[in-house]
Design a protein around this ligand. Structure first.
Ligand code: NAP
Length: 291
């Protein structure tokens, strides 16, 4: 994609998965501030009431913006469901940019080691929500917007690159997503493809992890320390950095870019140029205490 062709500030169709809470909600609000006139945000998740809260937050920061919500379970949605949902909100006129932000994700951790995992149905279910639907939705999205400049954003994690004990599903899903998006970047040289690792975030995902008594002690201690030391990032700050990256595009399409990378430092974040000052990332450790 040419540097001259702006991604932000133009008429866009932006689909965000997992927009009912946490980071997806923050992405919706930050992107809502910077899309061009006539743009549409389509917010997907299962919980419609929470999606409507996100919609209202977007409209507060950007009165008049078209924000559509759609309840959809990504564990069962297929090609036909995605086509139906996207076409229902696509409108008639062409969008200069079509952007899909794959933010929905689940942890899949419950304290078991990778050598405890034998249930193929469970694995299929995990990878359906965290990998397979992403591939399918990208294909559908590409076919629905043949005339638009395409942007495919994968919300990744440092755990796509580093191991964490008892998180085989999560690490495997994130690593595979990164790989798939790298292929997408090669196959779609005109498109903008980004694997964005948002840093450790203060979201319900982390609350649920800490509330789960099965969480491995090493993992629990790591996240408790992040919380106690104030190292968990505000979702809005990380979403602002993502918007800053999309504005500058100072990375190669298909790259994995982390919140703490230098590429995220220049010029801060989103519509108001805000965002926290990056500090070194937390060290993800994988000690193996006796069980
Ligand atoms: P979260 O609070 O658990 O939110 C997850 C979102 O995904 C929710 O909106 C949820 O909506 C949606 N979702 C989950 N299962 C779904 C399904 N079957 N169908 C449709 N939607 C589904 O998570 P988060 O912390 O905001 O994380 C967002 C993304 O950032 C994830 O990909 C995560 O891996 C990544 N990330 C998070 C952190 C962190 O520290 N939190 C760090 C690095 C990367 P419904 O429940 O309404 O369906």
């Amino acid at each position: 994609m040419s540097k001259m062709q702006e991604l932000l500030g133009v008429r866009s169709f932006v689909l965000i998965t997992g927009a009912s809470r946490g980071f997806g909600r923050a992405i919706a609000v930050e992107l809502g501030k910077v899309v061009g006139a006539g743009s549409t945000l389509l917010l997907l998740a299962r919980n419609k009431e929470l999606l409507e809260v996100t919609r209202d937050m977007c409209r507060d920061v950007r009165p008049g913006l078209a924000v559509e919500v759609q309840s959809l379970d990504l564990s069962t949605a297929d090609k036909e469901a995605f086509e139906k949902v996207v076409r229902a909100h696509q409108g008639s006129a062409d969008h200069e940019v079509a952007m899909v932000v794959h933010n929905a994700g689940t942890l899949g951790q419950d304290g078991r080691r990778v050598t405890d995992l034998t249930d193929m149905e469970e694995m299929s279910a995990y990878y359906r929500v965290n990998l397979f639907h992403v591939i399918c939705l990208n294909s559908v999205f590409t076919s629905v917007f043949p005339k638009s400049r395409m942007a495919y954003i994968n919300i990744s994690s440092i755990l796509a690159l580093q191991p964490l004990t008892t998180w085989a599903h999560y690490c495997g899903g994130k690593a595979a997503r990164d790989a798939v998006f790298r292929v997408l970047a090669v196959e779609q040289p005109q498109a903008l493809v980004l694997n964005y690792a948002p840093g450790p975030l203060d979201t319900p995902m982390i609350e649920e992890l800490l509330a789960d008594r099965r969480t491995h002690q090493v993992v629990r201690t790591m996240f408790e320390d992040l919380k106690r030391t104030g190292a968990l990032l505000k979702p809005a700050d990380s979403a602002g950095k993502l918007v800053g990256l999309l504005r500058r595009r100072n990375f190669k399409s298909g790259d994995h870019v982390d919140y703490y990378d230098d590429k995220c430092k220049e010029g801060g974040g989103g519509a108001e140029g805000g965002g926290a000052t990056p500090t070194p990332p937390p060290v993800v450790t994988t000690p193996q205490p006796p069980q």
